[in-house]
Design a protein around this ligand. Structure first.
Ligand code: FES
Length: 112
């Protein structure tokens, strides 16, 4: 099967509600854009994906490959929030590709 058309399935949890979103490689610029298009999220992704505002934080479990490592900007921005959970990521820094297939993404709330 052509990689461009291979389905990528992502489970999204928001306020206890579970949704499974199916997408394809390059259908969205990054996970933040997918979340904003799939689920109504207020004040989410305010810096437009520059990795600076931290409004797009999610808890991401089940990432693979390159998605498991953070670029310096992402680590610094999350570090400022002083969150100890290693599963916390900036959704704008996660590209939609096979590394996200099967991942479980929990939308950040006050509980993070
Ligand atoms: S959109 Fe601002 S850090 Fe991700």
């Amino acid at each position: 099967m052509n990689d461009e058309r291979k389905e990528i399935s992502i489970t999204i949890i928001k306020a206890g509600e579970v949704n499974i979103v199916k997408t394809y490689l390059h259908q969205y610029r990054n996970l933040m854009v997918l979340l904003n298009n799939s689920i109504y999220l207020e004040n989410f992704g305010e810096c437009g994906g520059q990795g600076r505002c931290a409004t797009c934080m999610v808890k991401a479990v089940g990432l693979k490959g390159n998605a498991t490592t953070m670029e310096r900007n992402e680590a610094a921005t999350i570090g400022k929030a002083r969150l100890a959970d290693e599963a916390i990521r900036l959704s704008c820094q996660l590209l939609i590709n096979e590394d996200l297939n099967g991942a479980v993404i929990e939308i950040a709330g006050d509980e993070f």
